[in-house]
Design a protein around this ligand. Sequence first.
Ligand SMILES: Nc1ncnc2c1ncn2[C@@H]1O[C@H](COP(=O)(O)OP(=O)(O)O)[C@@H](O)[C@H]1O
Ligand SMILES: C[C@@](O)(CCOP(=O)(O)O)CC(=O)O
Ligand SMILES: [Mg+2]
Length: 338
Amino acid sequence: MTVCEAPGKVYLFGEHAVVYGEPAVPAAIERRATVTAEPRSDDHVRVEAEDLSLDGFTVEYSGGNGDRPDVDVPTPLVEAAMGYVDAAVEQARDAADAPDAGFDITVESDIPLGAGLGSSAAVVVAGIDAATRALGEPLDRRELADRAYRAEYEVQEGQASRADTFCSTMGGAVRVEGDDCEPIEAPNLPFVVGFDGGAGDTGELVAGVGALRDEYRFAADTVESIGDLVRTGEELLADAVSGGDPSLELLAELGELMDFNHGLLAALGVSARSLDAMVWAARDAGAHGAKLTGAGGGGCIVALDPSDATETALSFTQGCEEAFRAELAPEGVRVVEP
Ligand SMILES: Nc1ncnc2c1ncn2[C@@H]1O[C@H](COP(=O)(O)OP(=O)(O)O)[C@@H](O)[C@H]1O
Ligand SMILES: C[C@@](O)(CCOP(=O)(O)O)CC(=O)O
Ligand SMILES: [Mg+2]
């Protein structure tokens, strides 16, 4: 039995624009998805994913030949829910050259689903790592990140960047621009997350931005402006002391860019009333800056505040279901010793 856990992430800057080749800076946070993989003697894959519905469900299906599970829920629902785990298993089989490998898989996660904290990437990264290790074919982290990206790309029908999967694999803060992915040094940023209890559809939201960008020159310019903003933010981070507490001046400058980034994302149509309400509650409480994180449409915002004021204010904000401090996760995917 092999158990691996991989972190979720927040975007300091650059989501959506990163899909079109602009740079982005996500940072891994200490909320993790844990995947257990146990090889089976047959080619079946049995998945237990308690978080996927209120009651959870278990499905079993066979490998490689397109068989779908026989369960008591509509097939599109199962496929939507199972897509990422399925794609992770396929990548592991391919990497280990074991097309008929079967697994018992268990997924547990404290990353809310579809809320912009990268639950899908964490599940895919931890899943591929656990399954390849279970087959005795562990991957190096670059290959793991690459295969996890391919899994997300496939499930999201070509609408994915490498940002989430690379960040979840490596941990810490990373910079992604097209195929170019590098860990970067970053100070210990005081992230506070507000979660509205809802979710957005990543594929649909990415497609919406794509359509605007195709239709209007000014929408394409907005995407490019996000890229300019990210480059400005990167310079600020490069000048900061890595690992230490950031200066108030740096927080103020990063916060201003986060506010700007939120405005540009809202212009691209991916914010929501609940996200705007949480962003304003954070700013009113004295956060240095606040923005939605991830695909948007609903889900989470991220604010910068070393004090407790933002977390407290968010917890009293109508429409905010949960507020929490998100510690930077310096370590990416890792094996959990039983
Ligand atoms: N705990 C989990 N168990 C199984 N699948 C999960 C889990 N968490 C996330 N997923 C998969 O990831 C999908 C959500 O991914 P996505 O829409 O990209 O949102 P995000 O990555 O922002 O959380 C879920 O619909 C599900 O398929
Ligand atoms: C919108 C996007 O930039 C980030 C999506 O993040 P999440 O899946 O909502 O956590 C898409 C991508 O980069 O693949
Ligand atoms: Mg995702």
